[in-house]
Design a protein around this ligand. Structure first.
Ligand code: 5GP
Length: 242
């Protein structure tokens, strides 16, 4: 690819900054060293966090690409930055759960880690002011966020992503508990996977010890987040034969 320049910042989010490039179809995404919880109400700078989320996410996107999941990842430009396809994001968080954890446990008073069969799918309407309220299928259609076909497509795609991530993590002796993905429209109006795929957006635990290998380390003050992300990145590199 020709050399791309970082141009104008178009979004400064909790974990990432997005810039235009000299190609209108592509954006430059920088992963920040910031960890947030409680929808941004708690913010901490953590050295090298952007490096780890970017490294893990890029590899997982490439793995999904090989398995036929359309996504926005194009290429890494340096340790913390990638080039991605420019998307118009759909304001939904799509959560898939294989085991009970987090809000599923507090909301329904079930035992942590009970196996959920079939996997549970939930949608949240992305809005910091409203604290990302849960939203159901008919609400998504009635509010013209997506039509029925588009909704069926992202639901099926999230389940495929779940199956593929479960497999690669199982090979790393890691259990995929739950995760959140976001989709967007590309310039041809195709729906593709966007955002990031890192332990910031998923719950993963060591299959043997049950220890958290994700952002719960930060949410629950369980120790060094980067030490745990380093462990995940090393397992992933080994799995990919690097
Ligand atoms: P819960 O609803 O239990 O808090 O989260 C379910 C899963 O979705 C977890 O893996 C969590 O990391 C992810 N998730 C839910 N909401 C958000 C969010 O606003 N940001 C990020 N990064 N992940 C989220």
């Amino acid at each position: 690819m020709n050399k791309l320049d970082k141009k104008v910042m178009i979004a400064d989010g909790k974990a990432k900054q997005i810039f235009t490039t000299n190609d209108p179809e592509l954006v430059w995404i920088h992963s920040k060293n910031q960890a947030t919880a409680l929808n941004g109400k708690r913010k901490v700078q953590i050295e090298d966090k952007g490096y780890y989320t970017n490294q893990i996410s890029g590899r997982l996107f490439e793995y999904l690409t090989k398995k036929g999941i359309k996504n926005h990842f194009v290429e890494a430009v340096n340790d913390t930055d990638v080039i991605s396809k420019r998307l118009t994001m759909i304001p939904l968080e799509v959560v898939t759960r294989n085991y009970a954890s987090g809000h599923f446990v507090t909301k329904y008073a079930v035992k942590p880690m009970i196996h959920l069969v079939p996997p549970v799918q939930e949608f949240y309407y992305k809005s910091d002011e409203l604290d990302d309220p849960m939203i159901n299928e008919s609400q998504i259609e009635a509010l013209n966020i997506l039509n029925a076909d588009q909704l069926a497509y992202i639901s099926a795609e999230a389940l495929k992503i779940n199956d593929l991530l479960k497999v690669i993590f199982a090979d790393m002796n890691i259990r995929l508990v739950d995760f959140k993905v976001e989709f967007g429209f590309d310039i041809h109006n195709n729906i593709i996977l966007g955002d990031e795929l890192s332990p910031d957006n998923m719950r993963i635990v060591d299959e043997t010890t049950g220890k958290s290998l994700d952002k719960d380390i930060f949410r629950k003050n369980l120790g060094s987040l980067t030490a745990v992300y380093d462990d995940v990145l090393n397992r992933l590199k080994k799995e990919l034969g690097e």
